[in-house]
Structures are given as C-alpha cells and as structure tokens.
Ligand binder design. Sequence first.
Ligand code: 13P
Length: 284
Amino acid sequence: MPLVTLKEVLAQAEAGGYAVPAINVHSLEVMPAVLQVAAEERSPIILQFTEGTLKFCGYDNVRVFAGHLARVSPVPVVLHQDHGASYEVAVRAIQAGFSSVMIDASRLPLEENIAATRKVVELAHACGVSVEAELGRVAGQEEEISVSEAEAALTDPAEAARFVAETGVDALAVAVGTAHGFYRWEPKLAHDRIAAIRDAARVPLVLHGGSGVPDEEVQRAIRHGIRKVNVSTEAKWAWAQGLRQSLADQPEEYDPRPILKPVMRAVQDVVRAKIRMVGSGGKA
Ligand code: 13P
C-alpha cells in the first residue's frame, strides 16, 4: 500500500483506543527489519528519521527505499520526519516524499512556536502531509536538541488548546514527565495532565522519550490519550549490543550478512515488544 499520513493512522488509533509505535531509524537496513515485524504483527507503523539520519542515509536513498518498502508492505506505513528544527527541514522532508513532518519550535516563546508551526502546517497540508509539533519542553538529548532538567517544562493544557486551534496541527508532542535518552531514575508520568491536555486540545498526543518507560506507565498514558509512542534509544541500544554480541560470538567472521542477522533480530525484538505493549498489533 502507498505511504499513509500520520493523521490517518492516529485517527484509527484514537477510534480503537490504542497507540502506534514510532521507531527511529538510524541506518537503511533497519527499515525492512522493522517493517517485517509490523507485517507479522499486523500493526500500522511509523518510521521516523531525524535530519541527522537523513543526511547520514541520504534523503534520496530514504525516499526511494522507504517508498518501495511502503508500497510492498501489507500494513500502513507512515514516513515521518522527527524533530525538524526549521521550515527548511520540513520542506526538504516533504520534497523527499515524507507523509508526515514534525516541526519542533518548542524552544521558542509560545507566540513564535505558534507562528513557526502554522507556517509548516500551511505548506504540509497543501501537500497532503501531516504535521506534529511540540509544546512544553521534553528533557534530555535527541541529536542536536538538548534540554536540561532546569529547562524542561510540562505542557500546559490551556496553552495546548490554543496552540492546536491556532496552528491546525495533526498531533501534539507533550512534555508529561518523559525524557529523551536513558533514564537515571524510573520516570513517573503526569497522567492527570495527559488527560487534561487531551480534553482541552482534542488532538492525538505523542509521547516522546518512550525508551525505558515501564510498560504499565505507557499503557496508562495511552488510556489518557497518547496515540504515538516514540522509541529511539532502545532501538539504538539493541543494534549496538546486538552487534557487539554478534562479533563476540563469531570472532573470525568478516561477512556482513551473518554478522548483521542477529543485530536485526535484536532490533526486531524491541519493535515487537513495543507493538504488543501499545496495543497496535492486529489493527492493520
Ligand atoms: P527515546 O530515545 O528516549 O526513545 O526517545 C525517542 C524520541 O522521543 C524521538 O523523538
């Protein structure tokens, strides 16, 4: 099937009361590995790429390869640009055939965040592309974006209602107690706040920093309105640990194929667990 938009996939998740995993991809060979699991689990799936990954893999390579993979996929695939820092990044992703972009202007004051987001929404919607934006500040490090604990700020429900009404975004990333990267202590999510944002803003909500959050916490957040769960660190960790283990298990091997097979399996285990945890299995 062709690529689908974030809006379409999250509308179905909203109707069904589940969330869809958004897996950060860092290298091309991971894409078919993730999609294979999504197909086996009959789950819609979001493949997301930061600007850094798109430069590393090549915009055109992602466009051609992901476009092909989505076409032959039996389940809906969203190609999403993660944490775009500017209008130009969104333009480039849309030109590369993405069906969804994120404009992250959360570092700016509210009025400027609204203006920057609205500009991307106008372009993206004219091209049939969905938009996610962020309000509040999620702590931690995600590529070039680094937010200290002092700078982190939870999303305000009333501001969220205004933000969504004035920008027309299709999904809203909220700061509700998660952080990008590894946790130094177990995260506790602000569940009442998630429900209040959902009731005020009436738009599918996105949980960033999904790695390392206990399953029950994520599942409770889904009951309160989270519809997209971002996972990067756990997938990267599985890849790197899988590679270390594979090389240790086959010290004489130098053929990439037997070396990479267990690496892909390690990443697939993470993706399968996330699909089952967020309840998207069997929904496609
Ligand atoms: P983690 O690295 O904590 O999984 O967060 C991923 C994310 O939110 C990407 O935008």
